[in-house]
Design a protein around this ligand. Structure first.
Ligand SMILES: [Zn+2]
Ligand SMILES: [Zn+2]
Length: 125
């Protein structure tokens, strides 16, 4: 029984994130799923989806964590793209084609990039 419910929750949450144009926070996902799953289930499902590399986490400038789906359209799919955070409507968008370039000193190895730009999105400009 438990497995079935989790599977349904996972499918529903993935569906939400995949079809959303903007990244979603835990609270927004909870609101959108309604009674389908409790907050702990949502955390667990999100963790699993992140581990499976289906979605990625975005730490926003105000400290909320948001989740967005990963586009696997590129052969070397990476999470090194830039995120844009709108200060007016608070939406966070993946700018998959914008990849920041770094020239690091020797002996540094990048394992993750968290690059968020703030400003106004097309809807708010
Ligand atoms: Zn906006
Ligand atoms: Zn992203």
């Amino acid at each position: 029984m438990k497995t079935t419910r989790n599977t349904i929750a996972k499918a529903a949450i993935l569906e939400l994130i995949t079809h959303s144009e903007v990244a979603l926070s835990h609270a927004e996902i909870q609101k959108l799923t309604g009674d389908l799953c409790d907050r702990v289930t949502i955390y667990r499902v999100l963790d699993r989806l992140v581990n499976e590399d289906v979605i990625h986490k975005i730490a926003t400038t105000d400290g909320t964590v948001k989740y967005a789906s990963c586009s696997h359209s590129h052969e070397n799919h990476s999470h090194n793209h830039v995120h844009f955070s709108c200060e007016k409507c608070k939406s966070v968008t993946c700018l998959e084609n914008v990849v920041p370039m770094f020239k690091l000193p020797d002996n540094y190895l990048i394992k993750g990039v968290n690059f968020t730009l703030t400003g106004l999105c097309p809807n708010c400009i």
